[in-house]
Design a protein around this ligand. Structure first.
Ligand code: PLP
Length: 473
């Protein structure tokens, strides 16, 4: 286990010390949060004792312990006061639904890391995953066997770096029909999820002279992490109620979630969408559209992909991570024609090509109509879970406000006057794991993001009842 500070971490903290005294704590906290989130301070690194850090930085010890407490509550740091504080590996999504009374793997691992006995996790509402139990094992398995039986020997060799042609053709049809994407197979690159798509784009933009990419605040920590680890600087831009205002930011690229903003769950209004593509034209730049859970909506009209408005200014990316299984690592990127050669070259340099048999299986899954049927089934099930969450919150937490419920796999809960850290602590003591909105950025209001798609209606209801009891106590 690493036991020392790296110099980039120090450099990140120093600007906070030059800030006016009133802002120091907030700035120090966000610098440390960003350093853990982006991996500048690696998971497992032991942080200095609060007394030592306070002395080194020339601030009060209370300020440092306050920062450590806050980041511990948010899951960025692990450990107990007096027993060592470590950077946590906080980006992992929650594991499968825990059995009631059993600690989840994540919690067990965290318990080992900090050596402290923690209350068992009975209900894990942290967002980030669909329900893996809905994966169509039988249908996928039979198609895979058919693909394997029918594939010529040559199909077992390296494939096209852009993705197998059958899959690109099938994706062009499905993305146009379901999401309004302007896609012809020649501009589609199959990749290992949105994660690889963002990595490829970031490096291609970097090679073309970009130094920064705007990311949403609040937003997915993965976005800042992917941009940062691929050599560009993420610039957090507040999303507010009306989407990010990029006019005041010195950058020519932005990574956004316009159809279902993560984590607030809003859909960017039409004027924000128009403003985004107009901005990209004005600065001769690029909008990267992460359509991470665009397939699920319940009671609002479909919001088509932003890419459809300006295919030459928007790079569109999505994956089967929420619709089928994140472990398949299958996603896609639809890019303006001018970027195709550089992206394909980068993809070839990365891994030669994606897994051929899985790509062919997905192509068959799409063209056979099974994908549409599977999404209809999931949509029905997730809607019932969403309804259970809304009903349980109305029943057990009547003072809470629940938003972002019209689409996606999570909702946002805010409480009048609630202190996020104290409430998360109380929930944890009651066996309920939550993720505070502060985890997703400094511009977030206090609140919690509830992932519900991986939990059954009964578990959701019991979990909200347990949460209400923990908060009452
Ligand atoms: C908003 C968002 N986009 C993209 C990803 C990564 O998705 P993929 O599995 O397609 O790489 C995540 C991962 O949790 C995410 O939260």
């Amino acid at each position: 286990m690493e036991d020392s500070w790296t110099s980039p971490a120090w450099e990140l903290l120093l600007p906070a010390l030059r800030a006016p005294r009133r802002q120091r704590r907030r700035l120090l906290e966000s610098a440390l949060r960003d350093a853990v989130r982006t991996g500048v301070i690696a998971a497992g690194t032991r942080l200095p004792a609060s007394r030592a850090l306070a002395a080194d930085l020339g601030v009060s010890r209370g300020l440092v312990t306050g920062v450590y407490d806050q980041l511990r509550a948010e899951g960025y740091l692990a450990g107990r006061p007096g027993a060592g504080t470590y950077a946590a590996g906080g980006l992992a999504p929650p594991g499968p639904e825990p059995r009631p009374g059993a600690a989840s793997g994540t919690a067990a691992a965290a318990g080992r890391a900090d050596g402290a006995a923690r209350p068992a996790v009975r209900f894990d509402f942290r967002p980030g995953q669909a329900d893996p139990r809905l994966f169509p094992r039988a249908g996928w398995g039979s198609l895979y066997r058919q693909v394997l039986a029918g594939a010529p020997d040559s199909a077992l060799s390296y494939g096209d770096s852009r993705g197998v042609p059958e899959l690109r053709a099938a994706l062009a049809e499905v993305l146009a029909r379901r999401r309004g994407v302007v896609a012809d197979p020649d501009r589609i690159i199959v990749c290992g999820g949105v994660a690889q798509a963002v990595s490829l784009l970031t490096r291609v933009l970097g090679a073309a002279g970009h130094g920064t990419i705007a990311v949403e605040d609040p937003g997915a920590p993965e976005h800042a992490m992917l941009v940062g680890t691929n050599g560009l600087r993420p610039l957090a831009v507040p999303v507010g109620d009306a989407g990010p205002d990029l006019s005041a930011v010195a950058t020519r690229a932005a990574l956004v979630t316009p159809a279902h903003q993560f984590p607030t769950g809003i859909a960017y209004p039409p004027e924000v969408r128009s403003r985004l593509v107009a901005w990209a034209s004005t600065v001769d730049g690029l909008v990267i559209e992460d359509d991470y859970d665009g397939d699920f909506r319940y009671d609002r009209a479909p919001v088509g992909a932003l890419q459809g408005l300006a295919p030459d200014r928007v790079a569109y990316t999505g994956s089967v991570s929420k619709s089928l299984a994140s472990g398949l690592r299958l996603g896609w990127l639809v890019v303006p024609q001018r970027l195709v050669p550089a992206i394909v070259e980068r993809k070839r340099a990365d891994d030669l090509c994606g897994p051929v048999l899985e790509q062919r299986t997905l192509a068959a899954f799409l063209t056979s109509g099974r994908y549409d049927a599977h999404l209809r089934r999931c949509q029905r099930i997730y809607r019932a879970r969403r309804d259970s969450l809304v009903a349980a919150v109305g029943r057990y937490l009547p003072a809470a406000r629940i938003t972002g419920v019209a689409a996606g796999l999570h909702a946002v809960l805010t409480l009048p006057g609630g202190d996020e850290v104290a409430l998360a602590d109380a929930a944890r003591r009651g066996g309920v794991r939550l993720r505070g909105l502060r985890h997703y950025g400094s511009a977030a209001a206090p609140g919690f993001v509830f992932g519900y798609a991986h939990l059954t209606p009964d578990t959701i209801t019991a979990g909200i009842a347990a949460l209400a009891a923990a908060w009452r106590d």
